[in-house]
Design a protein around this ligand. Structure first.
Ligand SMILES: Cc1cc2nc3c(=O)[nH]c(=O)nc-3n(C[C@H](O)[C@H](O)[C@H](O)COP(=O)(O)OP(=O)(O)OC[C@H]3O[C@@H](n4cnc5c(N)ncnc54)[C@H](O)[C@@H]3O)c2cc1C
Length: 399
């Protein structure tokens, strides 16, 4: 594994940084810094999405034939690192990283021609209808029912924890079309227009005070069979393929930004005139976290090398998901420690983009608590970390 950047990689890195200097406005950066959840709110992320689309850079992971960048693994890594280091708004993964790759693999020519350009242009905004009350880790037990009726399916049931369903105009959804055989065999993958009559989206406000997730109800919702991806009853295969994309990704660059932010916060705090950054116990915790971060970076490089040699990431995506989210949580805890009693005031209004309210405590402390609270979900969503460990136990350790 050679981690040295080639002259061509360095030139590419300069091009990316120059682009960010001119197109990533202070307003976009400020909005991203106020983001406390996995990805930025619709207004912010779609603006950055369209800027990247205009440049042809919105889909680094797509093959060039579908409008992707055609970049090498190293170029993608450089780009992701530059986005994290420069506080670029995080884009929604639902269309670009989940539905898009699934359509490329399983979609009909008509579905590809219609949906893929719309995902690239940011015309469609997708949400993921997998989980149900009682069906999360045990996803194959899902009960949202689709009954065949002529050229349509008629859907009844509910989906829960549906991120950004209140912004989305489309949902990719798993429904039950058959109850007779093994649970996995009766599942079908559908694309649903969220404006179809009979769909109701109800907000779930998180403990951080944010509206990010929802419960979605279906009452006799008619979905054309032309919107089915793959064969009826083959949805489990499609769903599993999509999860590989959901769980992959690079964490180290964003973790490094979070670590620097904790360091900066710790400089300003402490008792008896001494900064927390000088406290030996706190310094030891920061050092231990940085060592883990370095290990994570090397692991990401190792996986990147395997990918660029055409290998499949396999259970590595589970490993990255588990370690990356645990480190997010660890840094959240250290951030909380660093701001001390400034963790107490609830300042949800002050952290809305464009808010002009006085802030209690240092400005950088504003998002520490909501981010800490939001990060509790990181080891649950995308398949809980216990489930990721089960996958590693089976595929890596052969248990
Ligand atoms: C913020 C957030 C956003 C989300 N967004 C979406 C979304 O957009 N779309 C969507 O479809 N879903 C979404 N989810 C749902 C998410 O995928 C599920 O919450 C997750 O899969 C866990 O399922 P569950 O909540 O039903 O918990 P359960 O499956 O009931 O698990 C409860 C606990 O038991 C443990 N457990 C369960 N089974 C096992 C096992 N076999 N071995 C060991 N431990 C086990 C779990 O790890 C967990 O700790 C989101 C969740 C959150 C928190």
């Amino acid at each position: 594994m050679d981690l040295e950047l080639t002259p061509a990689d360095r030139a590419f890195q300069r091009e990316v940084l120059e682009f960010m200097d001119t197109h990533l406005t202070p307003e976009l950066r400020a909005g991203a810094r106020l983001t406390t959840s996995v990805f930025a709110d619709y207004d912010l992320n779609i603006r950055w999405h369209r800027i990247l689309h205009k440049k042809g850079w919105v889909a680094p992971h797509w093959p060039a034939e579908y409008g992707g960048t055609g970049w090498s693994e190293m170029q993608r890594y450089i780009f992701a690192g530059a986005c994290a280091a420069n506080s670029a708004p995080s884009l929604s993964p639902m269309g670009l990283r989940m539905c898009g790759p699934v359509l490329m693999r399983f979609g009909t020519p008509e579905q590809k021609a219609f949906y893929l350009p719309r995902i690239l242009a940011g015309e469609d905004y997708w949400c993921q209808g997998y989980s149900e009350p009682g069906s999360g880790s045990d996803l194959a037990s899902l009960q949202c029912r689709a009954i065949s009726d002529g050229d349509d399916y008629v859907i009844n049931g509910t989906k829960i924890w549906t991120t950004h369903a209140h912004f989305a105009n489309r949902m990719f959804c798993l429904v039950r079309t058959d109850n007779s055989g093994k649970p996995q065999e009766g599942i079908t993958f559908l694309l649903i227009d969220m404006k179809t009559p009979g769909i109701e989206v109800k907000a779930i406000v998180t403990m951080a005070g944010d509206h990010e997730v929802n419960q979605v109800f279906f009452d006799n919702v008619r979905v054309p069979k032309a919107n089915r991806v793959g064969a009826e009853g083959d949805g489990w295969t499609v769903a599993k393929y999509l999860l590989e994309f959901e769980r992959g990704g690079a964490y180290a660059a964003a973790l490094r930004v979070a670590l620097s932010s904790v360091r900066a916060l710790a400089q300003g705090q402490g008792t008896n005139g001494q900064s927390l950054a000088d406290d030996p116990d706190f310094r030891a915790k920061l050092a231990a976290t940085e060592i883990e971060l370095l290990a994570m970076e090397v692991t990401e490089h190792r996986i990147m090398t395997a990918l660029s040699n055409g290998q499949n990431p396999g259970p590595a995506s589970s490993m990255l998901k588990a370690r990356g989210t645990e480190m997010q949580q660890r840094l959240g805890e250290l951030g909380l420690e660093a701001i001390g009693y400034y963790a107490t005031p609830d300042q949800i209004q002050a952290r809305q983009p464009g808010a002009n309210l006085p802030i209690i405590g240092p400005e950088d402390a504003l998002c520490v608590v909501p981010r800490y609270l939001n990060n509790r979900a990181a080891s649950i969503y995308g398949g809980s970390n216990e489930i990721q460990r089960n996958i590693m136990a089976k595929l890596v350790l052969g248990l």
